[in-house]
Design a protein around this ligand. Structure first.
Ligand SMILES: C[S@@+](CC[C@H](N)C(=O)[O-])C[C@H]1O[C@@H](n2cnc3c(N)ncnc32)[C@H](O)[C@@H]1O
Length: 310
């Protein structure tokens, strides 16, 4: 597989993760890479991590995501630490099952340790991130006590190493703040990728969204001089996204069908048309994304780092 074809998964999962849209977004990002990549709703971070900007602001209102990625970029957490942690606690999970999951969940809600956050995220129900009104993580166990197999741990370790190497050799900041703050001080050379929650969908302590927010986001992006892409939904079998028509229709819109699951059964696969809204016409949309020389050098550093860890 060519490097340009490959997408990297992030170590954290979340609802609304855009892993499947990464190739399309990568093809659509028509940008000089001179300014900064600004991602006000980073979630798992998978989109920006695959764009590999030189300079980036990754922001989110959820402090636990930001703490986790700051711990990686500062070197407090690296692949080796993650491997030891997941091997140790994975064994405990395998021996005690869901009781151990709930023990870690209780501990995390007191101490907010980034490694506990990773552990919970990777064995909770559907890789969800949800906090109750007291700000406590409340996702139930995902039913798999044997979750942390050797291969699964290695996969997570590689995902952590990827962020570790990329962030340490680039100028990436991870900031916990509201999107309104992140959208201040944009310059012409910046590129903004926005993936806000969908109105009426997610509601929890760190993550809620309404019409007023959508309107504010529209006004900020509409006024800014830089390029942007907004991820949103177009329609499903029951409804259409009214905001696409009412607010965003003056921009260029790309759509792509995506299946998401409700529950575990195959027949519950529901098609959803995803949309990318952008204030420019993507000229290279049918071409392979090119790999910049500096990205190649980062991939070499990553390979070197992975070899040195074995
Ligand atoms: C759909 S998710 C982003 C998913 C991400 N693109 C990915 O692929 O993983 C939306 C994110 O917005 C964050 N969020 C919700 N309200 C916010 C706000 N007012 N300001 C900043 N971030 C917010 C949530 O915590 C969540 O991580």
């Amino acid at each position: 597989m060519e490097i340009s074809d490959k997408s990297y998964d992030s170590p954290i999962k979340c609802q609304g993760i855009k892993s499947k849209l990464v190739p399309l977004i990568k093809q659509s990002v028509d940008w000089s890479f001179n300014g900064k990549w600004v991602e006000p709703f980073m979630g798992s971070g998978v989109v920006g991590f695959n764009i590999i900007p030189r300079n980036a602001i990754f922001a989110d209102s959820n402090p636990h995501l930001i703490n986790f990625y700051n711990a990686i970029s500062s070197g407090e957490i690296n692949g080796l630490i993650v491997r030891n942690f997941l091997e140790h606690h994975g064994k405990k999970l395998s021996n005690s099952g869901k009781d151990y999951y709930y023990e870690v969940r209780e501990r995390f809600n007191k101490t907010h340790e980034p490694l506990d956050f990773l552990f919970l995220n990777r064995c909770c129900f559907n890789g969800m991130i949800r906090f109750n009104r007291n700000g406590e993580f409340n996702v139930p166990f995902g039913h798999k006590p044997q979750r942390f197999s050797k291969a699964y741990i290695t996969k997570i370790v590689n995902q952590v190493n990827y962020v570790y190497v990329m962030s340490r050799h680039s100028n990436w900041s991870f900031i916990c703040q509201d999107f309104k703050e992140t959208l201040k001080n944009l310059s012409e050379e910046d590129f903004v990728y926005c993936d806000p929650p969908y109105v009426g969908r997610h509601v929890d302590y760190f993550d809620s969204w309404d019409e007023e927010n959508e309107q504010y986001l529209f006004e900020s992006l509409n006024q800014s001089s830089c390029r942007f892409i907004l991820s949103t939904w177009h329609s499903n079998q029951y409804r259409e996204n009214i905001f696409l028509k009412d607010l965003w229709s003056k921009f260029h819109v790309l759509t792509k069908e995506h299946f998401y699951y409700v529950g575990a059964k195959e027949e519950n696969r529901k098609p959803m048309l995803e949309a990318l809204v952008m204030n420019f016409t993507p000229e290279h949309i049918h071409e392979e994304p090119t790999v910049r020389a500096e990205q190649l050098s980062l991939f070499e550093k990553l390979a070197e780092y992975q070899r040195s860890e074995v």
